[in-house]
Design a protein around this ligand. Structure first.
Ligand SMILES: [Zn+2]
Length: 479
């Protein structure tokens, strides 16, 4: 009989800030289309005599993030040097914050199995990214690109408050949603805007076990998978009477397992000391308030979840609206435009259904869907002007930016709701199909469906189906 082990998980997330320039120099913060080593200057290449200057935009974005993390912003914040040698770090150290991080203690809420749970934030600090090394396969050399050197990051350090892989995944998704909602980061995960390290241990007592660190992950799915694997591995090691080694491990996606990389450094291996080239920054309260006032109108992701939970949305549906800033904006605009709580679930259905289907084949930047147009489309269905089938057919045009009203008048798609018009069509069909009438009369009620189908075909789907059905029954009974 094996013992009961509780996993404990703490997470460090590196969020790339959406500033125009790098952390300590004027180089462009976006090197995506730049050739290697072209987006660099004496500061980010660490030429002797060059001096770093703190990017005010990065400080402002950190202050915004602090709001989303329910955290106190430091009155005084300062920078430190973390010394290490690596070819992609031209300085031989990283400028980071150790003693006086800009964002202090805070917390966020996550939603797990429809229950809200608090996760503590230990602190979050500003720092710069390193360059990028590549090791061409089969070659006896490595290449280094310094374009990324000096990119502004915030590292968010959680408390070890998570106790399952799914809680960890929820925490990551929530921080991601907060950072993108508040415009702190572009959140482009493929390009490394959001990377994280997972610290995990297991224990069957009140004391924490020895932890391992899973480094450099960049997908929510792999976070969950790697934690599941690592927790099972640690339990197996302990059950066999051995000890967990404190070490850094990587996730091998192809093999679906974690692999040992190196033993963990201690903080004092880095010889941290205060950055002598950057004086401490005093943040005035009115400055902090003015930065945070800009975003106080923004609905925070957890409050979106609260609302969606009330609408009866499951976690996956919630994730779509919480995780996609653009889709969420459309939701709120449509909700305001439609001003009818009974139709809110319909807005959600369009956004998590047809809109996601469209997005899976197109780029979001091609979408011109507005909340107002979506609301108009739903209203047209509700008042019987168009069938939901027609609405689905014209949805692509609506996404392309056309007004639903204009599309249906241009294409002549208005639903036929006029009784006498539909009646005439039904009578003509009855006349042509005496056998089906006889079937219905002899008790085969399914025969009515045949007539409704004929009406829809004759009107190219423009008859209101409910109305057509009622009129078919009425006229058949009169035969
Ligand atoms: Zn530079």
């Amino acid at each position: 009989m094996s013992k009961q082990y509780t996993p404990t998980i703490g997470i460090e997330i590196h969020v790339q800030l959406a500033t125009k320039s790098k952390m300590f120099c004027g180089c462009d913060n976006n090197s995506r289309s730049a050739k290697p080593n072209t987006n660099v200057c004496p500061v980010c290449l660490a030429f002797p005599g060059s001096l770093p200057v703190v990017n005010k935009g990065a400080v402002e974005l950190a202050i915004r993030l602090g709001y989303g993390l329910n955290a106190k912003i430091a009155d005084t914040t300062s920078f430190d040097r973390k010394n290490y040698f690596y070819p992609d770090s031209p300085k031989g150290y990283q400028i980071t914050q150790m003693r006086e991080p800009i964002i202090g203690e805070g917390h966020i809420e996550i939603l797990v199995d429809n229950e809200f749970k608090k996760v503590g934030i230990h602190h979050a600090h500003l720092e710069e990214d390193a360059g990028k090394s590549t090791h061409p396969a089969g070659k006896d050399y490595s290449l280094v690109d310094f374009n990324r050197a000096g990119t502004p990051l915030v590292e968010i350090v959680s408390e070890p408050d998570m106790h399952s892989p799914v809680e960890a995944k929820r925490y990551l998704q929530e921080i991601y949603a907060i950072a993108t909602t508040l415009g702190v980061s572009d959140g482009d995960m493929e390009h490394g805007n959001f990377k994280f390290d997972l610290n995990v241990s297991v224990s069957d007592t009140d004391e924490l076990g020895t932890r391992t660190e899973l480094k450099n992950l960049n997908s929510f799915r792999n976070a969950e998978r790697s934690l599941k694997y690592e927790i099972a591995r640690q339990i197996e090691v302990l059950e066999s009477g051995e000890k967990i080694i404190q070490e850094t491990r990587g996730w091998n996606d192809a093999k679906s397992q974690t692999v040992s990389q190196r033993s963990k450094e201690e903080a004092n291996d880095y010889r941290y000391f205060p950055e002598p080239d950057i004086p401490p920054i005093n943040l005035r309260e009115e400055f902090i308030n003015s930065v945070q006032d800009e975003i106080k109108q923004t609905v925070l992701p957890i409050n979106v979840r609260r609302e969606l939970l009330q609408l009866g949305l499951n976690a996956d549906e919630q994730d779509i609206l919480v995780g996609q800033v653009q889709t969420r904006t459309i939701f709120y605009d449509a909700k305001n435009s439609i001003a009818n709580p009974k139709l809110e679930k319909k807005i959600v259905n369009w956004l998590v259904g047809d809109y996601q289907a469209w997005k899976s084949e197109h780029s979001e930047s091609d979408s011109k869907l507005t909340g107002e147009h979506l609301a108009d489309l739903i209203k047209l269905i509700e008042d019987g002007s168009i069938s939901s089938k027609t609405a689905k057919e014209i949805f692509t045009d609506v996404i392309a930016g056309q007004k639903p009203n204009e599309i249906i008048s241009q294409k002549g798609l208005t639903q036929m709701s006029d009784d006498s018009e539909i009646e005439n069509i039904i009578l003509a069909i009855i006349e042509k199909n005496p056998q089906a009438v006889a079937d219905y009369k002899s008790g085969n009620e399914k025969a009515a469906g045949f007539f409704v189908g004929q009406v829809m075909a004759a009107t190219k789907g423009q008859a209101n189906p409910g109305k057509a059905n009622a009129l078919v029954l009425k006229l058949l009974q009169e035969q």
